[in-house]
Design a protein around this ligand. Structure first.
Ligand SMILES: [Fe+2]
Length: 273
């Protein structure tokens, strides 16, 4: 007679989380008396999402990633925020004075961004590396939009001996996440807009501290409270001021000081959003 092997190693953490997830789904099915027809549509939608490459990560970013990101915040430095799907490693190191690489006729208003990087005890982090990336004035990212030059509006810069940095770029604008796949269809069916507020992404590192991945948003953006990814944190929103330039035009200016945690054990951000 054969006996069932009950000594098989069990991933208790997985078991616990999966059981809760499953129970939540079963509760929803029961509470809403989901029909076979609705269940069939859900199955087809999941199959379609799985066949479309980026749709599963996109869907997770839209609905779940910001909560995982909230839990990943450790220490009392600047709040982390989603890395998002558009980070490209090995962006060029820029030369001072820093200007994010852009085309001659780059659309968008000129933006001067300045700030300081320090540790939680106030020490300026000289030599901190800021890896910066953003969409352009039309909401497009290089390496995503095929007609943009490589590393357009992407680059790495280094904080000076006082931890200070400044760079010129253009003001990014709100953009819609891809709407032509399963995630977009689901949002449309629920009457939800696919927009993210304008933001600039930062990955900041220094040998003495935990690296920080975050995004900086701008006051008065109409999508701050309706971000499709639900990722905006109040502490990451900065005001924008308009200044006159020497040629009679104007440019936008903003500032943000970053604080890196000491030696927190948790990673500062997960790849998501
Ligand atoms: Fe982004």
């Amino acid at each position: 007679m054969t006996t069932i092997d009950t000594a098989r190693p069990t991933n208790l953490r997985l078991q616990e989380v999966f059981d809760d997830v499953l129970q939540a789904l079963l509760d929803a099915i029961t509470r809403h008396r989901v029909t076979w027809e609705e269940f069939r549509v859900a199955t087809e939608w999941l199959t379609e999402a799985g066949d479309q490459g980026i749709e599963i990560p996109l869907m997770l970013d839209v609905f779940l990633s910001s909560t995982v990101d909230d839990l990943a915040h450790a220490g009392d430095g600047t709040e982390n925020n989603l890395e998002g799907p558009y980070y490209v490693p090995d962006a060029p190191f820029l030369h001072h004075p820093y200007v994010l690489p852009q085309r001659q006729d780059e659309p968008g208003e000129k933006l001067h961004f300045a700030g300081r990087v320090r540790s939680t005890d106030g020490t300026p982090l000289a030599g901190a590396v800021l890896d910066v990336w953003q969409s352009n004035g039309l909401g497009e990212y290089s390496h995503v939009q095929p007609d943009l030059p490589e590393f357009n509006l992407r680059g790495r810069l280094v904080a000076d001996q006082d931890g200070c940095f400044e760079f010129m770029t253009v003001v990014p604008v709100p953009y819609a996440i891809p709407t032509d796949g399963a995630t977009g269809r689901l949002l449309a069916a629920m009457g939800r807009e696919p927009f993210r507020p304008a933001h600039i992404h930062f990955r900041i590192s220094h040998p003495d501290c935990e690296p920080l991945t975050t995004q900086i948003y701008f006051e008065d953006d109409p999508w701050l409270d309706a971000d499709v990814a639900g990722a905006v944190k109040e502490s990451l929103v900065t005001p924008v001021t308009r200044w006159a330039d020497a040629g009679g035009g104007q440019y936008a200016g903003c500032a943000y000081d970053f604080v890196l945690s000491g030696s927190a054990t948790a990673p500062s951000a997960l790849r998501a959003g």
